[in-house]
Ligand binder design. Structure first.
Ligand code: MF3
Ligand code: CO
Ligand code: CO
Length: 292
C-alpha cells in the first residue's frame, strides 16, 4: 500500500489531482465502487447529469401513462393505445424505445388479462371488467426511462381488483428494499414473500433490469429470491423493478407472434414498474407515481 499525495494523480483514474478529486473518504469510495462495478458486473453507475436525463425521459413516460388512463374505455382496440403513446412521445421530442426493438413491431406493450407482458397492440377490443397493462419506455436526449401500470377497464370484478392490488403492493415492497447496503436478492425476497402470502405467484422468466443508457443493461433484478443473495446495491445504480404477478400458477408460454407471454393456466396477470435510483439515503423513483 502506497500513500497518495495531495498533488498526485487521483487513483480513481479521473486525470485530476487527488486533492481536486477523491481526497475525502466518501467520494473516494463512490468513484472506486463505480469502477469496480463496471469491471466486475458491467453495471454503469449514473452521474448526476445522467440521473437528470433519465428523470426527464421518465416525465414523458408518466405523462403518456396519464394520457392513456384518461382515454381508456370499453370498446377501444389496443392499437388505439399504441397511437396515443406513439404520437404523444414523438410530439414531445421522445422516441418510443419498443418500436423495432429486437423486432418488436409497435411503440408500446399492451397486455390484457391473461397476457403477462409484451402484448402487441392490435385489433383486440377492451371489454368492461378487463385489466390492461400499459408498459412505456421512452428515449429522450439519449436517456431511457421505463415504467408501467395496470388499469381497469370499466368496473373491475373481485379477481381483477385482487391481482392489481397485489401487483401494486409487490412493487412497493420491492422498492422498500432498494437501499444502499441491501442486495438484489433482498428485493426479490420481499416481493416473492408478499405475493405468495397473498396466494399469488411470481413470474420467473422476465426480470427487472438496469436502465438509462440503454433499454436493458446489467444487472438483472429478479422478483423472487433470497435475502442477502446477489450484488450489493450502491448509490448511482438505476434499475427497474417490475414484478409480474399471476392470480394462479407462475407458468407462462409465448404465443406464435414470438412476443406475447400468457399465463399457462389462463389466470389473470398484473404488473407495475418504475425506474429506481439508489441514493446515499435510500432510493428515489425517476418515474414516480403513487402506490398507496
Ligand atoms: N418495457 C419492457 C420492460 O419493462 C420491455 C419491452 S421489450 C419490447 O423491460 F420490445 F417488447 F418493447
Ligand atoms: Co423494464
Ligand atoms: Co417496461
Amino acid at each position: 500500500m502506497m500513500k497518495v499525495g495531495r498533488n498526485d494523480p487521483c487513483p480513481c483514474g479521473s486525470g485530476l489531482k487527488y486533492k481536486k478529486c477523491c481526497l475525502g473518504r466518501e467520494r473516494f469510495e463512490i468513484k472506486d465502487a463505480a469502477a469496480a462495478y463496471a469491471e466486475k458486473y458491467r453495471i454503469r453507475i449514473k452521474a448526476k447529469v445522467d440521473v437528470e436525463g433519465i428523470r426527464q425521459a421518465g416525465r414523458l413516460v408518466l405523462e403518456a401513462l396519464d394520457l392513456v388512463e384518461s382515454q381508456i374505455e370499453p370498446g377501444m382496440a389496443t392499437d388505439e393505445i399504441n397511437t396515443i403513446v406513439h404520437e404523444y412521445t414523438v410530439k414531445n421530442g421522445g422516441v418510443p424505445a419498443p418500436l423495432n426493438y429486437r423486432g418488436f413491431p409497435k411503440s408500446v406493450c399492451v397486455s390484457v388479462n391473461e397476457v403477462v407482458c409484451h402484448g402487441i397492440p392490435g385489433d383486440r377490443i377492451l371489454n368492461a371488467g378487463d385489466i390492461v397493462n400499459v408498459d412505456i419506455t421512452t428515449i429522450l436526449d439519449g436517456y431511457y426511462a421505463d415504467a408501467n401500470k395496470t388499469f381497469f377497464v370499466g368496473t373491475p370484478g373481485p379477481d381483477a381488483r385482487k391481482i392489481v392490488a397485489v401487483a401494486r403492493e409487490s412493487l412497493r415492497k420491492g422498492m422498500s428494499m432498494a437501499n444502499p447496503g441491501n442486495t438484489i436478492g433482498d428485493i426479490g425476497w420481499a416481493i416473492q414473500t408478499y405475493a405468495e402470502e397473498q396466494g399469488c405467484s411470481v413470474v420467473r422468466e422476465f426480470v427487472g433490469h438496469g436502465v438509462g443508457f440503454e433499454f436493458h443493461e446489467p444487472p438483472q433484478i429478479p422478483h423472487f429470491g433470497q435475502k442477502g443473495q446477489g450484488i450489493r446495491l450502491i448509490p448511482g445504480m438505476v434499475f427497474t423493478i417490475e414484478p409480474m404477478i399471476n392470480l394462479g400458477q407462475k407458468g407462462l408460454r409465448i404465443l406464435d407472434d414470438n412476443w406475447t407471454a400468457v399465463t399457462l393456466d389462463g389466470s389473470l396477470s398484473a404488473q407495475f414498474e418504475q425506474t429506481i435510483l439508489v441514493t446515499e439515503e435510500g432510493c428515489l423513483s425517476l418515474t414516480p407515481y403513487e402506490l398507496a
